[in-house]
Design a protein around this ligand. Structure first.
Ligand code: NAI
Length: 399
C-alpha cells in the first residue's frame, strides 16, 4: 500500500507514527469495540460497503474506522468540527491503515465543506454523522446521491434534533439510527465523557484555579449535569441555568443554585454552555458580566454564545494564549475560549476512550442493523421506542 493510492487531505503525514501509538493507546481502553472488531474481521459483514463518515477525527474514531475497514467496508472520513481533528490520528489512518481521510485541525469553513464534499464524492451507501452536516448537504446540494444511500447513523443530540425536524416535515429520504439515543451512549459519553473532557479543556486553555470560583453551567441535560458535577468536585460554586422547569428542579435537588441567565451573568467567573440551543449567552448578557469572566461552550455548534454580538460590542480583541481570546468591552475584559466551539475537542483531546468505546460500538452495531434492513425504504427514524426525548429528564430516559 502506498499513500499515493489513498485519497487524503491531512495536515502532516509525518505525524503517522505518533498517531499510531496514540491510537493504540486509546484502543487499550476500548475493549467492547475490540471484541466486535474480532468478530467482524472474520464475518466481514460490510464487505464492499461504502461508508462516508463525518465524525471528530480522534484516536478513538481511528479505532472505529479501523474496525469498519476490517469488517470489509471502504471508509472515507472527514471532520465534524473544524477544530476537533487530531492531525496525528488522521495521518496514521492514511499512512498505516490505508483509510481515506479529509481533515485538518483549524481548517477554515470552505475547507471544512470541501472535505465533506470529498467524502460525498465516494458515493457513500451508509452515512455516519455527528451533527447531521452530511445529511444536510445530501438533502440540499447533492440530492442526486440520495438514491444510492441505504441508511445512516447520527452520533449527537443536536444532530438527532435536526433529523427529527426533517423527519417530522417528511423530507428525510433515508432511515437513520440515532446512536445518541442508546443509553450506553448519552448516559456515558455525554455525561461522564464530556463532563470530564470539558473541564480538561477549560484547564488546558486557561490553567485557572477552579476551587472557589463561581461556575455557571447553562443546560442541565446529559452534558450539563456531567460538567456541573465535575466542576463541583473541583471546588467550584456551581450555578445552573435551565429553561426546562423539571430539569431545573432536579438541579436544585442535586444541590446546585438555579437561576436565570440574567442573574447568573452577574455572578459567574466561568460560563459553560451545554444546551444545543442558540444565543444562550447573548448581547443583552455581555454588559452584565464581571471583568475577567470566561465564556466557553461544550454544545455541538458555536452559536450558544452570541459571538457576532460580542464581536460587534467589543472595542478590541486579542489572543492571550492558544484558545483564549480577550474581548475589551466597556469597562471590562471578557475571555472567549476556543472560538466558542466544542471546548473539549478544541482545547483538550475530546472524550476519553472508555466512553467512546460504548458510543462507537453502538455505531458499528447500528450499521449492521441498517445493513440487515437491506434496501427497504421506510420512514426515517423508524424506531422511536426509546424513552429519551428532548425535554425529558435524563433520569427518566436513564431508567
Ligand atoms: P440534552 O437535551 O440532554 O440537554 C440540553 C439541556 O439544555 C436541556 O435540559 C434543555 O432544557 C437545556 N436548554 C435548552 N436551551 C436552554 C437555554 N437557553 N438555557 C438553559 N438551558 C437550556 O442534550 P445533551 O445530550 O446534554 O447535549 C447538549 C449539547 O451537547 C448538544 O448540542 C449535543 O450535541 C452536545 N454534545 C457535545 C458533546 C461534546 O463532546 N462536547 C458530547 C455529547 C453531546
Amino acid at each position: 500500500m502506498t499513500v499515493a493510492n489513498i485519497a487524503h487531505d491531512v495536515a502532516d503525514l509525518s505525524l503517522a507514527d505518533a498517531g499510531a501509538r496514540r491510537t493504540a493507546w486509546a484502543g487499550r481502553e476500548m475493549p467492547v469495540l475490540a471484541t466486535i472488531r474480532e468478530r467482524v474481521s472474520k464475518e466481514r459483514p460490510f464487505a464492499g460497503l461504502r461508508i462516508g463518515a463525518c465524525l471528530h477525527v480522534t484516536t478513538e474514531t481511528a479505532n472505529l474506522a479501523i474496525t469498519l475497514r476490517d469488517a470489509g467496508a471502504s471508509v472515507a472520513l472527514c471532520a465534524s468540527n473544524p477544530l476537533s481533528t487530531q492531525d496525528d490520528a488522521a495521518a496514521s489512518l492514511v499512512v498505516n491503515e490505508g483509510i481515506a481521510v479529509f481533515a485538518r485541525k483549524g481548517e477554515d469553513r470552505d475547507t471544512y465543506y470541501r472535505h465533506i464534499e470529498a467524502v460525498l464524492e465516494t458515493r457513500p451507501e451508509i452515512t455516519m454523522d455527528d451533527g447531521a452536516d452530511v445529511v444536510t448537504l445530501l438533502h440540499t446540494t447533492r440530492r442526486e446521491l440520495l438514491g444510492g444511500v441505504r441508511g445512516g447513523t447520527e452520533e449527537t443530540t443536536t444532530g438527532v434534533i435536526r433529523l427529527q425536524a426533517m423527519a417530522a416535515e417528511g423530507v428525510l429520504a433515508y432511515p437513520i439510527i440515532a446512536v445518541n439515543e442508546a443509553r450506553t451512549k448519552h448516559m456515558f459519553d455525554n455525561q461522564y465523557g464530556t463532563g470530564q473532557s470539558a473541564v480538561d479543556g477549560l484547564l488546558r486553555a486557561t490553567n485557572v484555579l477552579i476551587a472557589g470560583k463561581t461556575a455557571v453551567v447553562c443546560g442541565y441535560g446529559w452534558v450539563g449535569r456531567g460538567v456541573a458535577s465535575r466542576l463541583r468536585g473541583m471546588g467550584a460554586i456551581v450555578v445552573i441555568v435551565e429553561v426546562d422547569p423539571l430539569r431545573g428542579l432536579e438541579a436544585a435537588m442535586d444541590g446546585y443554585q438555579v437561576m436565570p441567565i440574567a442573574e447568573a451573568a452577574r455572578r459567574g467567573d466561568i460560563f459553560l454552555t451545554t444546551t444545543g440551543n442558540l444565543n444562550v449567552i447573548g448581547a443583552k448578557h455581555f454588559p452584565l458580566l464581571k471583568d475577567g469572566a470566561i465564556l466557553a461552550n461544550a454544545g455541538h455548534f458555536n452559536d450558544e454564545i452570541e459571538i457576532p454580538a460580542l464581536e460587534r460590542m467589543a472595542r478590541g480583541k486579542r489572543t492571550i494564549r492558544p484558545f483564549v481570546e480577550e474581548y475589551a468591552l466597556d469597562g471590562k475584559n471578557v475571555f472567549l475560549l476556543a472560538e466558542g466551539r466544542l471546548l473539549n475537542h478544541a482545547a483538550a483531546e475530546a472524550n476519553p476512550a472508555a466512553v467512546m468505546d460504548m458510543s462507537f460500538s453502538n455505531q458499528v452495531l447500528a450499521i449492521e442493523q441498517i445493513d440487515a434492513m437491506k434496501r427497504e425504504r421506510g420512514p426515517a427514524l423508524p424506531d422511536r421506542t426509546s424513552p429519551y426525548r428532548r425535554g425529558a429528564s435524563p433520569g427518566e430516559a436513564g431508567d
